[in-house]
Design a binder for this molecule. Structure first.
Ligand code: FPP
Length: 266
């Protein structure tokens, strides 16, 4: 299991120091529809407004030095939404990639899409591949967009690849460990999420990165996604900084470890 205690600390704009920053933040961007409804607008206007919150959050991660940001843009279950809404979401995804590639290059953002992309139009698949290729060398922020993604799908695709390797004889069944399974999952080369945020008031994981969320700190806020600004993000980071991550140990064990590392000067 990847133990991802945090490493960096950063001054926020108020001058207050956030001592423990997450290395990886994963977000379920919920509440676009309700944001639009409150304004008597179509649901799709909420998704459009949500793109600005995406931009702000990316900027915030770059400013603070958070290395990985995963955004749940479209779940495997979202295909069941009205056809018009699905089509607007696809168009928005395409146009955002097109418009924002330049900015990603300027800010050192590397984009990766996780999920089963085969269900997307060829045009969108091409656009995704082009943006991934263009931003490949960037290393300031790994931006993972989960699209047609589901945590169960991810575990299933990993299991299918493992089974195929066992069938081919390149792997023995006894070699299948938690670490090995993890290495077949999406973004296996990156640390798992330290902090999970869900906006919009619901308190569910909704088939997000199930395996990787095992030891993640969960943060739920009633703020609707389009209203989630830099201040809201900083509040989530402050909350995370106040948590004690135990990874199965006792609070006393963690405290004595911290004391030892302070005494050792690390
Ligand atoms: C959930 O809100 C939101 C989505 C299913 C889509 C998220 C998409 C965006 C923020 C815009 C595009 C993103 C990128 C990365 C280009 P909801 O519609 O379920 O809201 P509700 O619960 O209020 O109905």
């Amino acid at each position: 299991m990847r133990a991802t205690s945090n490493q960096g600390s950063k001054m926020e704009s108020t001058g207050l120091e956030i001592r423990e920053l997450p290395r990886h933040v994963a977000i379920i961007m919920d509440g676009n529809g309700r944001w639009a409804k409150k304004r008597f607008l179509p649901r799709t206007a909420g998704h459009q407004a949500g793109v600005s919150a995406v931009r702000n959050t990316i900027e915030c991660c770059v400013e603070k030095g958070i290395g990985v940001l995963t955004l749940f843009a479209f779940s495997s279950e979202n295909w069941r939404r009205p056809q018009k809404e699905v089509s607007v979401l696809m168009k928005l995804f395409f146009s955002t990639l097109e418009k924002e590639t330049e900015k990603m290059l300027e800010n050192g953002v590397r984009l990766r899409v996780i999920g089963d992309r085969n269900a997307f139009s060829e045009e969108l698949q091409r656009r995704i591949a082009e943006t991934e290729r263009a931003t490949w060398g960037n290393d300031k922020l790994n931006l993972l967009i989960a699209a047609n993604y589901g945590g169960r799908w991810d575990i299933l695709q990993a299991m299918r690849h493992i089974a195929a390797d066992v069938e081919k004889g390149v792997l023995s069944a006894s070699a299948v460990t938690a670490e090995l399974l993890e290495s077949y999952l999406s973004f296996a080369d990156l640390p798992g999420p330290d902090l999970f945020i869900r906006t919009g008031g619901e308190q569910r994981i909704s088939n997000f990165t199930l395996w990787q969320l095992a030891y993640t700190e969960l943060y739920f806020t009633p703020t609707l996604w389009p209203d989630f600004d830099k201040h809201s993000f900083t509040e989530a980071l402050k909350d995370f900084a106040g948590r004690q991550r135990r990874f199965g140990l006792t609070g006393e064990q963690i405290e004595s470890r911290t004391e030892r590392s302070v005494l050792a000067g690390s």
